[in-house]
Design a protein around this ligand. Sequence first.
Ligand SMILES: C[S@@+](CC[C@H](N)C(=O)[O-])C[C@H]1O[C@@H](n2cnc3c(N)ncnc32)[C@H](O)[C@@H]1O
Length: 277
Amino acid sequence: MMYSTSLTPFHPSKKRNIEPGNKGEMAANNEMKSVSASGDQVKFEQEFGHKSLLQTDALYQYILDTGVYPREPEPMKELREVTAKHQWSMMATPADEAQFLNMLLKLVNAKNTMEIGVFTGYSLLATALALPDDGKILAIDTNREDYELGLPIMEKAGVAHKIQFKEGPALPILDQMIADEKNHGTFDFIFVDADKDSYTNYHKRLIDLVKVGGLIGYDNTLWNGSVAAPPDAPLNSYVRYYKDFVLEFNKAISFDPRIEICMLPVGDGITLCRRVI
Ligand SMILES: C[S@@+](CC[C@H](N)C(=O)[O-])C[C@H]1O[C@@H](n2cnc3c(N)ncnc32)[C@H](O)[C@@H]1O
């Protein structure tokens, strides 16, 4: 398949976790910042491409205009528009992927769910709208401020009561949950859309928390198309920095006998893992 750096997505989900002294990551984040700081989405997309793996912008736009935007629930449209004004708007889950998650959750009758990586809450709202009235979402993010930008819209939509927001890095929160046997095998669905270098560590914990027959969705597993790029492909430094983490994670789960997997080229790639044992 043709590899293109201009038509593939860019997903700066790790912007707030710059380790002091980690020069590769700092340079990568600086490169991203210089484009995104202008808040210019068009310029950003010219530089990094939209968040889809489709071959042309026109084809992606066709999907949005035909199958997604006309059916997008009003609160999601409002949240998408509010988020578009955010300096880091490109972090939000794309509308077609959120639509997919919403339908998937309904298909599997999900009730107890978790999301790691909330930002302003676009995928969270897609989840909340799909769950029954007594459904629950444990929403984890290191940043409460962004979540609170979307919260009034979730309240207005009448779904905020389903959400329990926990502020902080996800790994220690997961460790606390694992320590209590009562949490094991209790989640119908878990969506992971945060720091890509932690996915392997998340998986080690989430596999115990999701129920047998339940699903974990890992976002960005095709990482800007870079997972299949030749070694000399001209990747921007942010994409290059996380590429090996994503490759390592993809390899690890492809051999994990506890799950069935399905890698979908929706958004920046989402891998669904169904726990079987
Ligand atoms: C790509 S964004 C999430 C997008 C979101 N799903 C949406 O639909 O808008 C990634 C989020 O992960 C959060 N994050 C980064 N590292 C994290 C960590 N270690 N634990 C929890 N959240 C983290 C960031 O603060 C950011 O809001």
